[in-house]
Design a protein around this ligand. Structure first.
Ligand SMILES: C[S@@+](CC[C@H](N)C(=O)[O-])C[C@H]1O[C@@H](n2cnc3c(N)ncnc32)[C@H](O)[C@@H]1O
Length: 222
């Protein structure tokens, strides 16, 4: 059961009773998504690109997706977005988040019109965006595609330690292109070692409000 709750910046999040955790930072869902995934991830990785592919771990409410879709549309960047989700929310719940306020009506309607079908196959939801939401776990996920960016947005290590094991991080990193960017809201010594072991250089960046630091890592070229 998921309960809608308000975070400190006024944006909503969901509280997952089974896991015992919110989908976003209690200090601000919207500001966390913008800070970690859009500013440190997408803007960094898409500079001078006309097309970008993103793999997200944990689609959830789609907040990271709609902000990415809007950014790419405004900047004329073709977005190919794949987001793994083990427990997809219903469209009804997504419509209750209030996130339609944060993007244009066109972006919101393209997203919600394609959402259910994107759970089974890739949807061309606008001339500048393809969306697919494989309904599977990260462990079970496999593809021949390689991505420019990974948004690693799993529940925290305290609540879902299996999503932060060396093996699963290595599995996720295997889907990134050489030179690709891995971003996540978290940073621990174990995570840094796991990412480095896969040939990445790491950067500690200032975290979103409520977190001192976050991780951005770049995969070695070739
Ligand atoms: C922190 S929330 C993600 C928030 C999301 N990015 C958003 O903007 O709303 C973590 C997500 O991971 C999903 N999840 C949990 N276990 C998973 C697994 N093994 N593989 C893939 N997704 C998983 C949860 O259902 C949840 O939607």
């Amino acid at each position: 059961m998921n309960i809608i709750t308000k975070t400190a910046d006024g944006s909503n999040t969901l509280y997952n009773e089974t896991i015992g955790e919110h989908y976003h930072s209690k200090h601000g869902a919207l500001q966390e998504s913008k800070h970690v995934f859009i500013d440190a991830g997408l803007k960094f990785a898409s500079a001078e690109k006309s097309e970008i592919s993103i793999l997200e771990v944990g689609f959830g409410t789609g907040l990271n997706f709609i902000l990415s879709f809007e950014y790419c549309t405004l900047n004329n960047i073709k977005l190919n977005y794949t987001s793994i989700e083990a427990f997809p929310l219903t469209l009804d719940v997504i419509n209750q988040t209030g996130y339609s306020e944060y993007v244009s009506p066109q972006i919101w309607s393209d997203f919600t019109a394609g959402y259910d079908k994107a759970l089974t196959e890739t949807q061309n939801i606008s001339p500048l965006c393809n969306l697919e939401i494989p309904h599977t776990t990260l462990t079970e996920f496999s593809t021949d595609k390689k991505f420019d960016v990974i948004y690693y947005d799993a529940f925290s290590v305290q609540h879902q330690p299996e999503m932060w094991s060396d093996e699963i991080i290595s599995h996720a990193c295997s889907f990134l292109k050489p030179g690709g960017t891995f971003v996540t809201y978290a940073i621990t010594g174990k995570l840094k070692r796991a990412v480095k072991a896969n040939g990445f250089t790491i950067e500690k960046l200032p975290g979103a409000p409520g977190k001192r630091e976050m991780l951005r890592a770049t995969k070695a070229e070739g």
